[in-house]
Design a protein around this ligand. Structure first.
Ligand code: ADP
Ligand code: ZN
Ligand code: ZN
Length: 664
C-alpha cells in the first residue's frame, strides 16, 4: 500500500455530532470553503473548518477525498461568529453552520447563477429636523463610529427612535459602510419599509424575514457580502449575514422575545449582535420603549450607554390616560363591562377608532361538560383545546391538532357542553351584536395567515371603514393607527402570578406598547384595563407611565430571589415518549453531575416541564445556575460530555441544553 502526501482538512457537516470530520484534498483550502464530500452512503455539502494540518501522510483507504470544491466561501466574520455561537450555546458546530447559511449553500450541488435584481425606483422623503434629544444621540454615536459603542435608545412609542436610526444610517452609508437592522417579524410592517425606502431611495436595501424566498435570502446574503447591499433589515436569523464592511447594528424592540429562537439552536439574536458589534468595533443601538431587564442591568453595570427620548416627537401627541376597571365592583357580560361598552359607544358617535385587546385567539379557550366538568384537552399536549367558531372546530394552539366540535361529552355522554371564557372571535361576535352598525375588524394569527391582512386593515382604516379592531398582541407593536383614541384591555391578569418570573415584565411591556397605540393623531387617548387586581404594583406603575419605577421594583425582586439577570441560567431539557424514562435519564445526569460539581454552580433536581406533554412528547428539565458565567459554561461543557456517555433508558429520548432560557 502506498501512502501519498495530501492536505488533511477538517470539515463541518450537518450532523448532530459535536465534532468535525477529516477528508483530504490536493490543495489547501481557505477556511469556510464549501465542499462536497461523501458521508456514509450519501454525498453532502460541508465547510472547511480547520485547515491547519497539512502535508501529512494519508492512507486513502481510511480517509476519503473531498469530491468537489465549490466557489462559495463563508466570510471570515461569519466564520468567527458561528464558532462563538456553537461554543456559547453548546451546540454542534456543523449544525450551527448549516442553520446560519442560505438554503442553496446547504445543498450538495452547484448554485445556479443569480440574476441581478434592480432596486425599484422610489420617491424620496425628506429627513425631519431632529429635536435636541434625538440630535444628541446622533452626535454621540457618530463620534464613536469606529468603536464598540453599545447604547440603549429608550423612548416611548412615537418618540422618534426610527428617525434617529435613519439619521445614523445615513451617516454610516455616507462612509460607504453597511448597516444591519434587526427587527421582530411582526414589526417589519409595510409602513416601516416605506420609510426606509423613502429615505434611501437609491441605496441597496434588502429585507430578510421568514417570508422571503430562499432565492431572495441568497440574494441578500451575497449582496451584503459583496457590499452592493447597504442596509439589511431582517429578523433574528439575519444576525448571521456576512457583510463586506459593517458599520452599525440596530436592534429595534430589543426586548422582544422573538429574538430568542425557542427550538434547535436556541440562540438570542440580540446577544449575538452585541458580540458581533464588539468584535467589529462598531456601535450597536438597542431601541425600545420598554428595554429588557437584562439590557438595563448592563446599563447599571456601565457596560452600555443610555439615551432617553422623553417625549412624543409629533407635537400634540400625548400619552393616553390609563384607567383600571375593578372587576370586583363592575360585572362583565360576555367579557366586557358596561364602562367599556359605553366608551366604545362614545367613540362610534365621534367616528373615532377603538381597539379591543385580548390575548387569546379563537372563540372560547375551553369547552367543558356542564354535567361532569370534563374538559376537552389535546391528546398530544397538556393543554385545553380551543373552540374556533368560524370553522366549528376544536384546535390545539401548540401542535395544530384540530377536530370537529364534539356533540357529546367524552366522559359521560351528556349533550350539555359549554364554551367557557372569551377569545377574539367571541369578543368580535359580542361587539357585533351590541353595535349592529359598527364595522369591526378582527386581527389575530388566524387572520394573518392571509398575507394581505395588514394592508387590507390599513386601507380600510384610512378610508374610515373600520370602527373597532379586536386583536391579540400581534397588533400591539409597531403599528400606527390613525384616529385611534380608545384601547380596552381584556383578560390581562393571568400573567400576574405566573410560575414564569418573566411573565409580569412581558405583561407590563405589552400593556405599555398597546397603550402607546392610542392618541397618536393629536387627540388624547384613553386606555381601559379590566382587572381583578387593581392594587397590584404592576398596574400602579402602569397608571403613572412609570416604566423606570416598575423596573427598579422588579430588579429588586430578581436580586433577592437570585433570578436573572443577577444569576445566569441554563436549562437541560429532555423529552421522550414516557415521562418516567425521561426523568430517569435526567436523574442519571444529575448523579453524574455530582462528580464534576463545582461550588459556584447550582443544579436543581429534574422536574417535569410546566407544559409536560407537547406534540406527543413528555418533557422534563433540570435547571443549572451560577453567579459566574465563565464557571457556568465550564461546568456545562463537562456536563455535556457526561450526558453524551449516558446510556438512555429509552431510545426515543432526546435532550438539549438551553443557555439563557426564556421558557421556564
Ligand atoms: P418611534 O420609532 O419611537 O415609534 P418614530 O421615529 O416613528 O418614533 O416617530 C414617530 C412619528 O414622529 C413619525 O411620524 C416621525 O416621522 C415623527 N417624527 C420623529 N421625529 C421627528 C422630528 N424631530 N420632527 C418631526 N417629526 C418627527
Ligand atoms: Zn396539541
Ligand atoms: Zn360529562
Amino acid at each position: 500500500m502506498t501512502n501519498i502526501t495530501k492536505y488533511l482538512l477538517n470539515i463541518a457537516l450537518d450532523v448532530p455530532l459535536d465534532r468535525l470530520f477529516s477528508y483530504y484534498c490536493d490543495q489547501k483550502l481557505a477556511l469556510g470553503t464549501r465542499v462536497l464530500v461523501s458521508f456514509g452512503r450519501k454525498t453532502i455539502a460541508g465547510f472547511v473548518w480547520d485547515n491547519e494540518v497539512t502535508d501529512i501522510s494519508i492512507n486513502p483507504q481510511k480517509i476519503k477525498a473531498i469530491l468537489e470544491v465549490f466557489p462559495e466561501v463563508l466570510a471570515p466574520d461569519t466564520y468567527e461568529l458561528i464558532n462563538f455561537t456553537a461554543k456559547y450555546y453548546h451546540y454542534p458546530l456543523g449544525q450551527v453552520v448549516f442553520g446560519a447559511i442560505p438554503k442553496e449553500w446547504r445543498q450538495a450541488q452547484n448554485i445556479k447563477e443569480l440574476r441581478q435584481s434592480k432596486p425599484k425606483p422610489h420617491h424620496e422623503d425628506m429627513a425631519v429636523i431632529l429635536n435636541d434629544e434625538q440630535q444628541n444621540v446622533v452626535n454621540k454615536v457618530t463620534e464613536n463610529l469606529d468603536k464598540y459603542y453599545p447604547s440603549i435608545l429608550f423612548g416611548v412609542t412615537g418618540s422618534g427612535k426610527t428617525e434617529v436610526y435613519l439619521s445614523l444610517i445615513e451617516k454610516v452609508i455616507n462612509q460607504d459602510k453597511q448597516v444591519l437592522v434587526l427587527v421582530p417579524e411582526i414589526n417589519l410592517t409595510p409602513q416601516l419599509l416605506e420609510r426606509f425606502l423613502g429615505r434611501f431611495p437609491s441605496v441597496g436595501i434588502h429585507v430578510l424575514t421568514s417570508h422571503v424566498t430562499s432565492r431572495e435570502r441568497l440574494r441578500g446574503y451575497l449582496g451584503a457580502t459583496d457590499g452592493s447591499i447597504k442596509i439589511i433589515i431582517g429578523t433574528r436569523l439575519s444576525v448571521f449575514t456576512p457583510f463586506k464592511s459593517l458599520g452599525l447594528i440596530i436592534v429595534d424592540e430589543e426586548h422582544d422575545h422573538s429574538f430568542k429562537q425557542q427550538e434547535s439552536l436556541r440562540y438570542h439574536a440580540r446577544d449575538l449582535a452585541i458580540y458581533r458589534a464588539s468584535k467589529h468595533s462598531i456601535p450597536i443601538i438597542l431601541g425600545s420603549a420598554t428595554p429588557s431587564l437584562e439590557t438595563l442591568y448592563n446599563y447599571k453595570l456601565e457596560k452600555y450607554k443610555l439615551f432617553k427620548l422623553s417625549n412624543r416627537a409629533v407635537t400634540g401627541s400625548i400619552l393616553p390616560d390609563i384607567r383600571l376597571i375593578d372587576l370586583n365592583i363592575y360585572k362583565t357580560n360576555d367579557g366586557l363591562t358596561d364602562i367599556a361598552i359605553d366608551e366604545i359607544a362614545k367613540r362610534l358617535e365621534k367616528k373615532e377608532l377603538s381597539l379591543v385587546f385580548i390575548n387569546r385567539r379563537g372563540y372560547a379557550p375551553s369547552i367543558t361538560c356542564y354535567q361532569c366538568g370534563y374538559v376537552f384537552t389535546c391528546s398530544n399536549c397538556s393543554t385545553n383545546l380551543v373552540y374556533h367558531s368560524n370553522t366549528r372546530e376544536l384546535k390545539c394552539h401548540h401542535c395544530g391538532l384540530s377536530c370537529s366540535t364534539p356533540k357529546v361529552c367524552t366522559a359521560c355522554h351528556s349533550q350539555h357542553l359549554q364554551a367557557l371564557g372569551q377569545g377574539t372571535q367571541k369578543i368580535e361576535e359580542v361587539l357585533a351584536k351590541k353595535f349592529v352598525d359598527a364595522k369591526i375588524y378582527r386581527i389575530d394569527q388566524d387572520v394573518l395567515n392571509s398575507k394581505s391582512a395588514w394592508s387590507e386593515l390599513y386601507t380600510k382604516i384610512k378610508a374610515g371603514e373600520i370602527d373597532i379592531i379586536v386583536g391579540t398582541q400581534i397588533l400591539v407593536k409597531g403599528h400606527d393607527f390613525h384616529n385611534l383614541t380608545l384601547v380596552v384591555g381584556l383578560n390581562i391578569d393571568s400573567s400576574l402570578y405566573s410560575y414564569d418570573f418573566r411573565a409580569s415584565e412581558l405583561l407590563f411591556t405589552q400593556l405599555t406598547q398597546v397603550s402607546g397605540r392610542a392618541g397618536r393623531g393629536g387627540k388624547k387617548g384613553l386606555v381601559l384595563l379590566q382587572t381583578n387586581y387593581p392594587k397590584h404594583e404592576l398596574y400602579q406603575y402602569l397608571l403613572k407611565h412609570d416604566f423606570s419605577g416598575f423596573i427598579n421594583y422588579t430588579m429588586k425582586d430578581r436580586r433577592l430571589l437570585k433570578l436573572p439577570p443577577y444569576t445566569y441560567y441554563a436549562m437541560l431539557r429532555a423529552s421522550g415518549g414516557q415521562l418516567s424514562a425521561v426523568l430517569e435519564f435526567l436523574n442519571t445526569v444529575w448523579d453524574g453531575a455530582s462528580n464534576i460539581k463545582n461550588k459556584n454552580v447550582l443544579i436543581s433536581s429534574p422536574v417535569p416541564a410546566i407544559m409536560q406533554r407537547l406534540k406527543n412528547r413528555e418533557r422534563a428539565q433540570m435547571l443549572i445556575s451560577s453567579q459566574d458565567r465563565t464557571e457556568l459554561h465550564k461546568f456545562i461543557s463537562n456536563l455535556m460530555v457526561i450526558v453524551s456517555l449516558i446510556k438512555k433508558p429509552a431510545s426515543d429520548i432526546s435532550y438539549q441544553i438551553d443557555i439563557d432560557p426564556f421558557e421556564m
